[in-house]
Design a protein around this ligand. Sequence first.
Ligand code: F6P
Length: 418
Amino acid sequence: MDRVKRNVIVGQSGGPTAAINSSLAGVYRTAKERGYNKIYGMIHGIQGLLEGRYIDLSEHITNYLDEELLKRTPASYLGSCRFKLPEIHEKREVFDQIFAKLDELEIDCFIYIGGNDSMDTIKKLSDYSLLNGSKIRFVGCPKTIDNDLALTDHTPGFGSAAKYIGTSVKEVIRDGLSLETPHGQIVIIEIMGRNAGWLTGSAALAQGEDCLGPDAIYLPELPFDVDKFVEKCRKGLEEKPSLVIAISEGIHTEDGTYISEFGSASDYVDAFGHKMLTGTASYLANVLASRLGCKTRAIELSTLQRAASHLASRVDIMEAASAGGAAVKAADEGDSGVMIVFNRISEDPYLCSTEVKDVHRIANEEKLVPREWVNEEGDNVTKDFVDYVRPLIQGDVSPVMVDGIPRHLYKPGYEKLL
Ligand code: F6P
């Protein structure tokens, strides 16, 4: 006899992306199709659930148009968190509280959409379910613009951010070619990704028949030498009047000091111990201006790169939805303590399949850009890198334009005007 399906709960965690809501739409659709009764959404992830904050998604996603709008809405519709659960042996009561809430809501499947830190939550909850004999299944759905999750070819969210970065860098290069500036001009573009250079390397996508691409790209995987960098720029300006250089927010000196710490870096540290990285481009632009006497500009792409749903990659949005669907399918079919991963099965045509992998091998790990995908000098990425990223940025998702601006799905009463 078929078991009676009860309810599903889904949460979003970590840094938002342009595709995370597409995964939410995928979870919602598949849970409905598989006959689950209610689909709850945690407000601000596990942190909100601990405070009893959740919604019944079917009260908010009422028709097919809402689902389509959700896929086109950047950031985390449900609200996100960076909340680290304690170790089980340290504070069992926190887990008892969560499981009591999940039992009260009659949850069968718990889906968490997030990155490596968020997978720590799936790991701990699934471990605890084994200890207390709970039948709830815990499945992770990958998400992060950083593309640094282990065991998966790539992560939803990365392709759209990479597309935005490649496009923006190209536009900045074009802009730089317009004016003749006495003593030359250098633009430094700071890109997110913390310790992984996948996003920064995507600046190379700007290169094509009509654009030479950035003059240098510095990833956080290799130590950064400020003096060598200034020398490279000095030589560069002897050859051309305008340079555009992409740097990761996480570049650091040989001894591990972030370059951002030399500037007016923020002291903010999140629950996982990550420093907020900001101000690197502006610090380096000031160094170049004073040492080379040229005009400089610093562009920190900041949240623009992860919120740019108007330039989302179709491949990314579709894959994000399929990862959400695959997470529900896995949980429905009995998997727990796993995360959905992508396997690239063909390059041309590009084709990926999904499967599940043990979340213990993914949580808190960081997948970095391999050394062989960076040139020998350490100031650009190779063709293999670009060939890897290119399929992930293909296709467009047309925004629903209202009064000339993309329309988003939002929860009434959730946004407050100050
Ligand atoms: O984890 C994703 C990410 O976008 C990182 O690339 C970046 O360092 C971090 O989030 C920034 O987060 P926040 O906007 O919360 O400071």
